[in-house]
Design a protein around this ligand. Structure first.
Ligand code: SAH
Length: 242
């Protein structure tokens, strides 16, 4: 009898703790969205209309802390990058919002991401488009991202291990491409796999320094137009030896 009573109290304590933690996550996530809005408002020349509402809605729904190894809500929703191991980081929430906004994704789109990392950006895209294909060069990160994306029910996200320089031709062509690692030039295969009218968003510039966040629009077969949005700092785009 006594043992049952102790077990019931322990269960109650665990449930109360979990509910309190969940409530904190909901508050922190809402605060993160307000921070993104404020950040966008300060940059009115770049973002005269702010970040598109569907992007903010997706970010309000996706539990960022689940993508961070041992991530708590206290670290999961702060507006800064967070280390996910293997010298990789999950991007700052504002930058995720900005890149997704600039890619102008639509529900009927097929999107490609290069640099899966934690899988968070892929999850945001999965909420907003029909199909997401994402390539990660480091197998342990890809495996972790695959697991979290499946657990969270993002069945329209496909993850592949490989050098994203070559894109993922079998999954495309793409309406939008987001590259989340820094390189000095746009890989030609990515432009090839982009549909005419599609957009590619990537940090262009020397790895290890600041880069120009650039939007490249494919205006015709073999024709592109680029525009620089702001300075950013991303982890290096690495090449696998062929
Ligand atoms: N988008 C990620 C953040 C990624 S950080 C997120 O939401 O968490 C950049 C990632 O790009 C790192 O995981 C790095 O391993 C990966 N990367 C670097 N070079 C790459 C390449 N050539 N192909 C695919 N992934 C690459």
């Amino acid at each position: 009898m006594k043992l049952w009573w102790v077990m019931a109290v322990a269960f109650q304590l665990v449930a109360t703790h979990a509910a309190a933690e969940e409530a904190q996550c909901v508050r922190e996530r809402a605060a993160m969205i307000e921070t993104i809005r404020a950040h966008a408002a300060k940059d009115a020349t770049t973002l005269p209309q702010g970040i598109a509402e569907p992007v903010l809605k997706a970010m309000a729904e996706i539990e960022r802390h689940r993508f961070i190894p041992e991530g708590t809500c206290a670290v999961g929703y702060v507006d800064r990058p967070v280390s996910i191991g293997h010298r990789s980081t999950i991007s700052q929430p504002f930058i995720v919002a900005l890149m997704t906004h600039l890619a102008e994704v639509r529900p009927e789109h097929t999107a490609l991401e290069i640099g899966t990392g934690s899988g968070y950006q892929a999850a945001i895209l999965a909420k907003l488009v029909k199909q997401v294909c994402t390539v990660e060069i480091l197998a342990p990160l890809a495996v972790h991202a695959m697991r979290v994306l499946a657990e969270r029910g993002h069945d329209n996200a496909r993850v592949r291990v490989g050098d994203g320089y070559d894109g993922w031709p079998e999954c495309g062509p793409y309406d939008s491409i987001i590259v989340t690692a820094a390189l000095g030039h746009v890989p030609a295969p990515l432009v090839e796999q982009l549909k005419v009218g599609g957009r590619l968003v990537m940090p262009l510039g020397p790895p290890g320094d600041v880069q120009y966040l650039t939007v490249i629009e494919k205006t015709g077969p073999g024709e592109t137009r680029g525009r620089v949005v702001m300075l950013v700092r991303f982890v290096p785009f690495v090449r696998s030896p062929h």
